[in-house]
Ligand binder design. Structure first.
Ligand code: PGA
Length: 222
């Protein structure tokens, strides 16, 4: 299983270090990933960047690119998160980022997920929506991990149901043989049940992962 923590805009440099130090005392057979904010990036094999501009460096105010990310020896990145999409990142732009970091051989955690109005329509509408978010994405890319995160489940405390996760992951499995993670209000109480679903290869966790003790406990429950 892959168990990943997306810090979003939480934690500082100091608290990220404390988090990673404590996490390093835990031995687990699972693959762990941590995506801290860019100010707290550090040389640690489980750390990835939450974002990256599709260029080595240049005049892109407030962005970070390959030069800044790889200074830490980091070769992992999270792309396509719904919060970035809500900030206005188009599919075309995300696909450009994907290609850029793919060419640099990064491990890419690629996020997709439908809004509530689409979920309410039908299962077919959900799959059609997710397929649009996979446009321009090489589903054969060796270092690809896909995270299915329904927008309405992110940060709301209301996870998708086991049946919703199962049927969506089954449909995604027909499109790719890459690892399929679920994200959206994963917590201590539901992580074991979610990870036990066929075609769920792990979880991408926001809120419930920011407390390191809780994150460690979640890893242990998988
Ligand atoms: P959440 O966030 O666990 O707080 O719902 C998940 C995510 O956005 O990756």
């Amino acid at each position: 299983m892959i168990i990943a923590s997306n810090f979003k805009m939480n934690h500082t440099r100091k608290s990220t270090q404390e988090f990673l130090d404590k996490l390093s005392t835990v031995s687990t057979e699972h693959t762990i990933r941590v995506y801290p904010p860019c100010t707290a990036l550090c040389a640690n094999p489980i750390v990835g960047a939450q974002n990256g501009y599709p260029a080595v460096e240049g005049s892109y105010t407030a962005e970070i690119g390959l030069r800044q990310i790889s200074e830490f020896g980091i070769d992992k990145i999270l792309l396509g998160h719904s919060e970035r999409r809500q900030f206005g990142e188009s599919q075309e732009f995300i696909a450009r980022k994907f290609d850029f970091y793919k060419n640099e051989n990064f491990e890419i955690m690629y996020c997709i997920g439908e809004p509530l109005e689409v979920r309410k329509q039908s299962k077919e509408a959900v799959i059609a929506y997710l397929k649009q978010q996979l446009q321009g994405i090489d589903l054969e890319y060796e270092r690809l991990i896909i995270a299915y995160e329904p927008v309405w489940a992110i940060g709301t405390g209301v996870s998708a149901t086991i049946e919703e996760i199962r049927s969506t992951h089954d449909a995604l499995r027909e499109l790719t043989n890459k690892a399929l993670l679920y994200g959206g209000s994963v917590k201590l109480e539901n992580i074991a049940q979610i990870c036990a679903i066929d075609n769920v290869d792990g979880c991408l966790i926001g809120t419930a992962s920011w407390d390191v003790d809780n994150f460690i406990e979640m890893i242990k429950r998988v």
